[in-house]
Design a binder for this molecule. Structure first.
Ligand SMILES: NC(=O)c1ccc[n+]([C@@H]2O[C@H](COP(=O)([O-])OP(=O)(O)OC[C@H]3O[C@@H](n4cnc5c(N)ncnc54)[C@H](O)[C@@H]3O)[C@@H](O)[C@H]2O)c1
Length: 311
């Protein structure tokens, strides 16, 4: 039997995620959106490219959750994206309601699914989905680190004029301005980045990575990035569905790891059929540790706002 993935939110990130899942023949896909006709229309349009592209999966769209029953994975992209001048945190309260409603319904129909959160502000939305679903922590995962490292890898490869594939990078922390690109764990085919370029260049690439989302928002004006976010989400989906056990930076609920309790923070995890199968704790230098703590504090502030709202 084929695997089944529900993608909630048939907007830019959701539709591209659905299309990539189908193109890789990873699973049957159900697209859900509140706007009538949009998930149905986009789903049918994707299905009609199956004979040309040569994939055999079903893609359907719906405004409710009945058709999503017994999904292996539910990807939540529903919500508002950023506009120029907005930070991800500005989306907090509006997207809280969206993610809460979507998670409640999706979890009811697919109680054994792995939830992959994409909606921003990412770490606070993961916290919301975990609270609402009551799922164990290994089945609630946030997508941010794969995208942030993809951006860092892109900028490094362009700068050094080497293959994108050869660059491995690591970004920890929350998905925001305080994210922590870890230069010490970043290399080109095993050669540490610091051996290949000077500190001024590294600092510039790190800052561009931190501002990577805003750079695209500034160009697009009416929304935020979606091709690389969708590709990053699909890498996580694939690792879970195929039990590949890829080690990827993802937002995970920490329970003492890195000295953090009860917050979602980006850390390296092993992704397999059970969801998060291991959280890797790496020894950090004093300055890396301080940067991570600053990022954790930024996540904690948003979660505190949500806790006060819930009362
Ligand atoms: N984690 C990341 O790295 C990352 C990267 C890119 C985008 N994002 C976030 O992903 C979200 C989606 O971005 P986008 O560009 O696809 O936006 P979009 O506006 O193109 O799509 C959002 C979709 O959600 C739908 N929606 C709204 N409320 C809903 C509900 N209650 N149930 C179902 N669907 C609902 C909307 O109708 C719309 O189609 C944003 O919050 C954005 O900030 C996160």
């Amino acid at each position: 039997m084929r695997k089944k993935v529900t993608v909630v939110g048939a907007g830019n990130v959701g539709a591209n995620t659905a299309q990539k899942i189908a193109a890789k023949e990873l699973a049957d896909v159900v697209l859900v959106d509140i706007v009538e006709g949009v998930p149905q229309g986009k789903g049918l349009d994707m299905l009609e490219s199956a004979p040309v592209e040569g994939y055999d999966v079903s893609i359907t769209g719906a405004n409710g959750y009945e058709a999503t029953a017994d999904s292996d994975i539910v990807v939540i992209t529903a919500g508002f994206p950023r506009k120029p001048g907005m930070s991800r945190d500005d989306l907090l309260l509006a997207n809280y309601e969206v993610v809460k409603t979507a998670t409640e319904s999706a979890a009811r129909y697919s109680p054994n699914a792995v939830l992959v959160l994409v909606t921003n502000p990412l770490d606070a939305m993961c916290w919301t989905a975990h609270q609402v679903s009551g799922f164990p922590r290994h089945r609630v995962i946030g997508m941010a680190g794969v995208l942030d490292t993809a951006r860092f890898r892109t900028f490094i490869a362009e700068e050094l004029k080497v293959s994108f594939e050869n660059v491995t990078a690591m970004v920890l922390g929350g998905h925001g301005d305080t994210m922590v690109p870890l230069v010490r764990f970043t290399n080109v085919s095993g050669i540490p980045l610091a051996e290949l370029t000077d500190q001024t260049t590294i600092d510039r690439l790190v800052q561009r990575t931190r501002d990577g989302g805003a750079e695209i928002v500034k160009y697009l004006k009416t929304g935020s990035a979606y091709y690389a976010p969708a590709a990053s989400t699909v890498e996580m989906v694939e690792s879970i569905l195929k039990d590949k056990k890829k080690v990827l930076p993802c937002a995970a609920l920490l329970d003492g790891e890195y000295g953090v309790h009860g917050l979602f923070v980006g850390v390296p995890v092993k992704l397999g059929s059970k969801g998060i199968e291991h959280i890797y704790q790496i020894a950090l230098t004093a300055s890396e540790e301080a940067a991570l703590q600053k990022s954790v504090e930024a996540v904690a502030e948003l979660v505190e706002v949500l806790k006060q709202k819930i009362g």
